[in-house]
Design a protein around this ligand. Sequence first.
Ligand SMILES: NC(=O)c1ccc[n+]([C@@H]2O[C@H](COP(=O)([O-])OP(=O)(O)OC[C@H]3O[C@@H](n4cnc5c(N)ncnc54)[C@H](OP(=O)(O)O)[C@@H]3O)[C@@H](O)[C@H]2O)c1
Length: 313
Amino acid sequence: MTEPRVALVTGGTGFVGANLVRKLVNDGWDVHAVVRPGSDLSMLADIEQTIQVHVHDGSTEQLIEIVKFASPQIVFHLASLFLAQHAPQDIAPLINSNLLFSTQLVEAMSVNGVRHLINTGTSWQHYENQDYSPVCLYAATKQAFEAVLTYYVDVARLAAVTLQLFDTYGPNDPRAKLFTLLRKTARSGEPLLMSPGEQLIDLVYIDDVLAAYLLAAERLLQNRVGSHEIYAVTSGQPVRLRDLVETYGRITGQTLAVEWGARPYRPREVMLPWNRGTVVPGWEPKVGLAAGIALMEQQSPRLPETIAHMAGG
Ligand SMILES: NC(=O)c1ccc[n+]([C@@H]2O[C@H](COP(=O)([O-])OP(=O)(O)OC[C@H]3O[C@@H](n4cnc5c(N)ncnc54)[C@H](OP(=O)(O)O)[C@@H]3O)[C@@H](O)[C@H]2O)c1
């Protein structure tokens, strides 16, 4: 019998991370999750007994011990603090989560001779389609870690793949993102105040996002990544926000009281998502927007039965 593959995952209590942990477990991997002392494990409740959870105390030394114990073939690094806009008091948490913790992680890998990393970046590193122009400080911290990673790739011989994600969606998403707000609006009937809604949104269904992580993992395990490869996890088919809301309302059969133009656009609003990235070789999104929305909403008991039929298409 072949030994199971071993993964160490950060950010496993978050939306994408919890789905990735569940997928890895279902695919037969031994999974170690690094969490914080106060982490809410509810997203992992159904599989908590089948994985090993390590509570990181914040020190580099203890993270070295965790990585040594887990001895993973691949580290999937998804932990991050996301803030679309920051205030002065956010600087320390942003740097701690996105730069300090990330650097501690690659140091711990390097000390233990663990060579394969999948890092998670953001399309927001590319405002107005530039090679590098951060939409916000969060995106700048993602870029800063990629710069640090270059050191570990060049000097400590790490092999890394960075997946730069766009918008992601799927069932049981606790994040305060668009679909959560639309669901709430539909239920309460309260008007949702929105920007003029002309921006394009690039949404990738969670299963497709996970497929990109798994393909990247295969590239690393087959030693096809010499240094650091960067890929976009993009639908390639961005939709106007107004059309997205219209599609959501149509598929779910709900009336949405949206007041377009009631809010201004954000500073540096992304009107056109980055479209110059390349995707992981062999990867393409399989779940279209309408099917993805239907699949997502099947989880909701208050939605019409017809949605179940649409999800297959
Ligand atoms: N729309 C998108 O989904 C999108 C777009 C672009 C990039 N990304 C990137 O994709 C990744 C996953 O995103 P997500 O939306 O699934 O994240 P999420 O739901 O916001 O979850 C964030 C995760 O990071 C963990 N974390 C934060 N700071 C940490 C620290 N200092 N030490 C250890 N863990 C820490 C959180 O743990 P706690 O439970 O302790 O809070 C949580 O598990 C992130 O790197 C994000 O930047 C996502």
